[in-house]
Design a protein around this ligand. Structure first.
Ligand code: NAD
Length: 476
């Protein structure tokens, strides 16, 4: 077994195992991964439960040293880890290396945060009394992650969890055990005490609910799809468990008549199709005012048709495969739904290439309206639709007419419209003349409406989720 579970400081095999398949070439088995059952999960939670109190009392220096070690090693090995990522998930090699580097930067950021933990000392409203407000660890945190950012998302949950003194049980997505194992392997040599970090690879629907119901797990941080997230929120509510959810998107990108055409085409090409469109922040609704509409659609269609689709590990490839057969079938199904609804489809076809993988051409669907299914539901593939609107006011109203609220973008040279959009777009992140996807790691990440629930991830704001607050009163 290549990718084992890591429980209580030791590597654990399981009786069942899963083949990790390269989506660029299905004859390539990346490795054989453990498939945990309830017993393995129980051991991991028990290990975390016993290790949590001592780690919660560790010094900032101990935490800094561990996180700095992990971040430094990931950065030093970003090419190798990026290659593993691209091989198991299918994003191109430069994207894989970029994501690995991002994971390293995140650990480095939270290493710094260990030394910056603050509290407040206030005067009481009562004479002679002092008030202290301090933060303390939450306890054992269950982390449940998706397949599309297999190293960065675990990193942006593990790093703050450890930085603020918590113990962790990570359950990564079944499709990407390699990256989760690689992080665990680095953590196993970082000096972190046994049991503080545990990796349990297994089926989400089997072990996920058990993790949420276990009273020793005090909080759950989840990233994934809306239906899974809703179920987790309900179960956490019933168990009075702290919960943070990052879910789907149907992110709008508004292109106004006064936009720089090249900037708009680049932003939409990147936002819609890079990482094979498999980003929660992908630009999937392109909302374009009528003066620039035809020019914009023509230029974007040409750029999309020229994207080189191929094996993620090959030099020069700009778009890798879809992650698996099921996701590919879903993407193609949405393209056909859009065509039946009256959309004009360019691309969006399954491709047979030299290596046998899950390839499709990028799909650009014009002449759509915002009430079509293609504009209401998340596809999670290289599929973008275009909605023609009269003016800025209609564009803003269409952009906000969605149950999601993760990222929202506008391409314009008008300061007035850009400022108004930043203030009125119903989204947790707003981009002006930039793709809806692609964010910094030192600032909060997250959405509004149906995209997110609970406090923000990343940057100093992560402390809200990974700590609890204590207010102490003293009469000296
Ligand atoms: P998913 O919901 O199928 O799975 C996510 C994780 O939940 C996996 O680890 C899975 O095993 C686990 N899981 C499945 N059923 C469970 C259950 N009943 N209880 C507990 N855990 C369970 O999502 P996915 O297909 O892996 O990822 C794609 C989705 O993730 C998309 O909707 C995308 O928008 C979203 N996503 C969101 C963000 C964000 O930050 N907002 C980032 C990346 C991806």
């Amino acid at each position: 077994m290549d990718f084992k579970n890591y429980i209580g400081g030791a590597w654990h095999e399981t009786t069942e195992a899963v083949n990790n398949i390269n989506p660029s070439d299905i004859s390539d088995i990346v490795g054989v991964a453990a498939k945990a059952g309830a017993g393995d999960l129980d051991q991991a939670i028990s290990a975390a439960h016993h290790a949590a109190p001592a780690w919660g009392k560790s010094t900032p220096q101990q935490r800094f040293d561990v996180l700095d070690f992990i971040g430094s090693e990931i950065l030093a090995r970003k090419e190798e880890l990026g290659r593993l990522l691209s091989r198991e998930e299918g994003k191109t090699l430069p994207e894989g290396i970029g994501e690995a580097a991002r994971a390293g930067q995140i650990f480095k950021f939270f290493a710094g945060e260990t030394l910056r933990q603050t509290g407040d000392r206030l005067a009481s409203v009562r004479p002679g009394v002092d008030v202290d407000v301090t933060r303390f660890p939450v306890g054992v945190i269950g982390l449940i992650t998706p397949w599309n950012f297999p190293i960065a998302i675990p990193a942006w949950k593990i790093a703050p969890a450890l930085a603020y003194g918590n113990a962790v049980v990570l359950k990564p997505a079944e499709l990407v055990p390699g990256c989760a194992w690689a992080i665990a392997e680095i953590i196993s040599r970082s000096g972190l005490p046994a049991g503080v970090f545990n990796l349990v690879m297994g089926r989400g629907s089997e072990i996920g609910p058990k993790m949420i119901e276990d009273p020793r797990v005090t909080a759950i941080s989840f990233t994934g799809s809306v239906p899974t997230g809703r179920g987790i929120a309900a179960a956490c509510g019933a168990n009075l468990k702290k919960v943070q959810l990052e879910m789907g998107g149907k992110n709008p990108m508004v292109v106004l008549d006064d936009a720089d055409l090249d900037v708009a085409v680049d932003a939409c090409l990147n936002g819609a199709f890079f990482s094979t469109g498999q980003r929660c922040t992908a630009s999937s609704r392109l909302i374009v005012t009528e003066g620039i509409h035809d020019k914009f659609v023509g230029a974007l269609a040409e750029a999309a048709a020229n994207l080189k689709v191929g094996n993620a590990l090959e030099a020069g490839v700009q778009m890798g495969p879809v992650v698996d057969e099921k996701q590919l079938a879903q993407d193609l199904e949405y393209v056909s739904i859009a065509a039946k609804e009256g959309g004009k489809v360019l691309g969006g076809e399954r491709l047979s290439l030299a290596s046998d993988g899950f390839y499709m051409s990028p799909a650009l669907i014009s002449e759509t309206t915002n009430n079509m299914r293609i504009n209401r539901e998340e596809v999670f593939g290289p599929v973008a639709s275009v909605i023609r609107v009269r003016d800025y006011d209609e564009a803003l109203s269409v952009a906000n007419d969605t149950e999601f609220g993760l990222s929202s973008g506008i391409c314009t040279q008008s300061l007035k419209h850009a400022s108004h959009f930043k203030a009125n777009a119903q989204a947790g992140m707003v981009m002006v003349n930039l793709p809806t996807a692609g964010v910094d790691y030192h600032v909060p990440f997250g959405g509004t409406k149906g995209s997110s629930f609970g406090s923000r991830e990343q940057g100093a704001y992560a402390a809200e989720f990974y700590t609890s607050v204590k207010t102490a009163y003293t009469l000296p």
